[in-house]
Ligand binder design. Structure first.
Ligand code: SF4
Length: 102
């Protein structure tokens, strides 16, 4: 799993940093959030999903990936077509999920 912050959207609330200080940090001096890990360890997947769902401006994007993708970690952050299709299917099964509205 990878996680990215849209720094143009970030509202600098610091919520993600409070939730996962080892994964997110706020840069100086403007407080915009940034990710401080290249790859999210499996033990933190649920917490990262929670942080993303709680971002008030939906600036956190979680990119799920299959096991064994270490080589892809620094090269390609976009999900494969198969992953995108799986995510779309998951979205249809979870219509009440976070939709980015505040
Ligand atoms: S929770 Fe969202 S808006 Fe707040 S600091 Fe993190 S990314 Fe920015």
């Amino acid at each position: 799993m990878h996680v990215v912050v849209d720094q143009d959207l970030c509202g600098t609330t610091g919520q993600c940093v409070l939730t996962l200080p080892g994964t997110f940090r706020q840069r100086e001096p403007d407080g915009v959030a940034e990710v401080c890990v290249a790859r999210v360890p499996p033990a933190l997947h649920a917490a990262v999903r929670l942080a993303a769902s709680q971002c008030p401006v939906a600036a956190i994007q979680v990119i799920e990936s299959d096991a064994g993708d270490d080589e892809r970690a620094s090269a390609e952050l976009a999900p494969s077509p198969a992953e995108a299709e799986r995510h779309a299917a998951n979205d249809q099964r979870n219509p009440g999920g976070h939709d980015g509205t505040v």
